[in-house]
Write a protein that binds this ligand. Structure first.
Ligand SMILES: Nc1ncnc2c1ncn2[C@@H]1O[C@H](COP(=O)(O)OP(=O)(O)O)[C@@H](O)[C@H]1O
Ligand SMILES: [Mg+2]
Length: 236
């Protein structure tokens, strides 16, 4: 049995009220283990992003608990949670969230700089990670000069630069062509995943199913299945 990295228990989140109430996530319970890549699939609007935002300390659940490495993250103070996120969690947002006034390399270096690492070393490390995602020579450019797919790769480089224990990628290949997407997720599988890390990927992209250890499905805010066979998804 692998060790549990993330323990999600009875987590729920709603938005709005009255007639506008949306139950985005309803009573979701599951574990994610060290050493695995867990995929979350499901139709648009099924609550995938909301659920992973609660796991990564971005969005507070209405009910339930999230434990990462046995720490109940939503019982931490705001400062302690920010610190925990900085050191333990890498997150790639669906819409990248790059800072327009920083260069590409500075965007990627942010986690190291926030960890108070030396500036020049952090930028150097950022350049190395940009090369890993195929963006050699783009370090000095502002993100607006990059295509959507390139910006997505900058966001991935930023999430992996500190080699966090928990890596969460929200539709990381949506703007990438098949080969680029497979190369990047293949790299993550081969070089980032270790038996002390846990990676969760939200995706619709059947081209990268081969890199999953386990696939779970959400529907209407609920967890429908926690161990779908890859073959059955590829056949759809
Ligand atoms: N900030 C928000 N305010 C209001 N409704 C939201 C918000 N975020 C998500 N929702 C709603 O919650 C539901 C789940 O959304 P989301 O988690 O983004 O789904 P998915 O990532 O699976 O596409 C959708 O109905 C969406 O419209
Ligand atoms: Mg989403």
């Amino acid at each position: 049995m692998s060790e549990i990295a993330i323990q999600v228990t009875g987590v729920s989140k709603s938005f709005g009220q009255g007639e506008a109430l949306t139950k985005a996530v309803q009573d979701v319970t599951f574990n994610a283990n060290f050493g695995e890549i867990l995929y979350v699939v499901g139709p648009s609007g099924s609550g995938k992003t909301t659920m992973l935002s609660m796991i990564s300390g971005i969005l507070k659940p209405d009910a339930g608990s999230v434990k990462i490495e046995n720490i109940d993250i939503w019982s931490l103070s705001t400062d302690d949670l920010a610190d925990f996120r900085l050191h333990k969690i890498g997150f790639v947002f669906q819409d990248y969230h790059l800072f327009p006034r920083l260069t590409t390399a500075e965007n990627v270096a942010i986690p190291l700089i926030l960890q108070k690492r030396n500036w020049d070393e952090s930028i150097q490390e950022a350049v190395t990670n940009l090369e890993i995602v195929g963006l050699k020579g783009r370090a000095e450019l502002p993100p607006v000069k990059l295509s959507g797919g390139e910006q997505q790769r900058v966001a991935i480089a930023r999430a992996i630069i500190s080699r966090p224990d928990i890596l969460i990628l929200d539709e990381p290949t949506a703007s990438l062509d098949g080969d680029t997407g497979r190369n990047i997720v293949g790299f993550v599988r081969k070089n980032i995943l270790t038996d002390r890390r846990c990676i969760i990927i939200i995706t619709h992209d059947s081209r990268i199913y081969e890199f999953a250890d386990r696939i779970m499905r959400m529907e209407d805010g609920k967890l429908k299945d926690i161990d779908i066979k890859k073959e059955s998804l590829n056949a759809q």
